[in-house]
Design a protein around this ligand. Structure first.
Ligand code: ATP
Ligand code: MG
Length: 433
């Protein structure tokens, strides 16, 4: 097979329209369905853009081609040359009458997982065979939508004059305290996989004003929940000359922008997943106000953290709304969050569709205060010397946030497990594929 020639001639199935009726075309894809009626052979071929039926007619189709169509197995990779024809019977309204048919990658049988649209295979097994699970339209739809989130995040941030940064994945010491880290051997030194780009993005905001990143974080927590991974991706943002309200406003707009893009660009994918998505509104509540609302509704809230139950309640009370819970109790936020009065802070969480999607806030940019805050949190300022020093030479007030990519994908698509929203999840038990 001349793959260079094929790439010049190949047509995406999704691009085939009435204009192509009667014309010759080359298509490639995987064999989704086979129906062999003896004198008629129907094969449904699927590529990333769509699917089409290839119809073999014993009395008309080239004998070799007809024979080859009878030998192929489901999920095999094939290339078909043929004539496009309008058809009332074929789903999609068109079919291809093949003049050549070639198998480029035969799929062994039986398949290890059910690859149909309504796969009965359980998630762990599907993840074991993720490469094959990705033949499924529903799985593809999730990652096409995630692709739109990634692209539109960058598009939005570029318009905001934010600069994209790539941060180190290996760090010499804990950046935040609190969360558990994965140790790595780094020559003679001890190092860790980064749990956040917090300190780096702050240093950047204090020089290039607005910075954003799509950053991978590693957290060694031994949780095993439907909303936590041990390796996750975050949309990070940090802005100079800003407080938490400035960056909450940016967060509201970027999430609205991304969701609008998904609605526009992924309508077919949303339909396939049975998701009706709306561009969300925004609502601002203080932590104290939220606690009062929860008390009225007899829902438990912690002294310095919301409960999962209260996050769900917020969605019930304010559907299709990003709820910014701000003025968060100081004790519930990390050392780098700016205090507000004695017990409150400039920290916030954003809750959307019943789950935390973002944490953020104004940061401490005053070295003396930072030292004090570190001590209060039981951390040693000596371990953070370089970080503290970075605020000694013209550091403006600044604020930012981290928005979980998989978390966002999960909530907007109503997935019941965050692992559905990662190509290759890393969790307590899973390190392959
Ligand atoms: P949670 O309270 O849900 O455990 P967190 O407060 O520990 O999250 P942050 O450090 O605030 O998380 O991280 C910012 C965002 O990154 C979260 O709001 C969430 O969207 C996402 N995130 C955090 N931890 C994880 C994880 N373990 N797996 C997947 N996404 C995560
Ligand atoms: Mg948080």
């Amino acid at each position: 097979m001349d793959l260079q020639k094929l790439n010049k001639e190949r047509k995406y199935i999704g691009d085939i329209t009435a204009k192509d009726d009667g014309k010759k075309a080359a298509i490639v894809g995987w064999l989704y369905d086979i129906r062999d009626l003896g004198k008629l052979r129907f094969l449904v071929i699927r590529d990333i853009s769509g699917e089409i039926q290839v119809t073999g007619i014993k009395a008309e189709t080239d004998t070799k081609v007809f024979e080859a169509m009878g030998k192929v197995t489901r999920e095999s990779a094939v290339v078909v040359y043929g004539t496009i024809k309008k058809s009332d019977k074929a789903s999609g309204g068109r079919e291809i009458l093949p003049s050549s048919f070639e198998v480029l990658g035969l799929a062994e049988q039986p398949l290890p997982i059910d690859t149909s649209d309504f796969s009965k295979t359980e998630l762990p097994k599907r993840l074991d065979y993720r490469f094959l699970d990705l033949h499924r339209r529903k799985t593809q739809a999730i990652f096409k939508i995630q692709n739109t989130l990634l692209q539109s995040y960058r598009e939005f941030m570029a318009k905001e004059r934010a600069i994209e940064a790539i941060f180190p994945a290996v760090i010499g010491s804990s950046s935040e305290g609190g969360t558990e880290l994965f140790p790595v051997k780094y020559f003679e030194k001890k190092a860790f996989l980064s749990q956040s780009c917090q300190l780096y993005k702050q240093m950047l905001a204090c020089s290039i004003e607005k910075v954003f990143a799509v950053f991978t974080v590693w957290r060694a927590e031994k949780h095993n929940t439907i909303r936590h991974l041990n390796e996750a991706r975050q949309f990070d943002y940090e802005q100079a000359f800003a407080d938490e309200f400035v960056v909450m406003e940016v967060l509201g707009r970027v999430v609205q922008f991304m969701i609008k893009k998904v609605i526009e660009d992924n309508s077919k994918d949303l339909e396939l997943l049975g998701v009706k998505l709306k561009v969300p509104g925004v609502k601002y509540l203080t932590f104290a106000e939220t606690a009062v609302i929860m008390k009225k509704n007899k829902v438990h809230v912690g002294a310095d953290d919301l409960s999962g139950e209260s996050e769900k309640k917020l969605d019930e009370l304010y559907p299709d709304t990003i709820v910014f819970v701000h003025d968060w109790p100081l004790s519930g936020k990390p050392f780098y969050i700016m205090p507000k009065g004695k017990d409150s802070s400039c920290g916030f969480d954003a809750i959307y569709k019943g789950m935390e999607i973002t944490s953020g806030g104004q940061r401490v940019h005053i070295p003396e205060l930072l030292i004090e805050r570190l001590k209060v949190k039981g951390l040693n300022p000596k371990d953070f010397e370089k970080y503290i020093d970075s605020f000694r030479y013209g550091a403006p007030p600044h604020a930012g946030w981290g928005l979980g990519l998989e978390r966002l994908t999960m909530v907007i698509l109503g997935l019941d497990n965050i692992r559905e929203a990662v190509l290759f999840p890393r969790d307590r038990d899973r390190l392959t594929p």
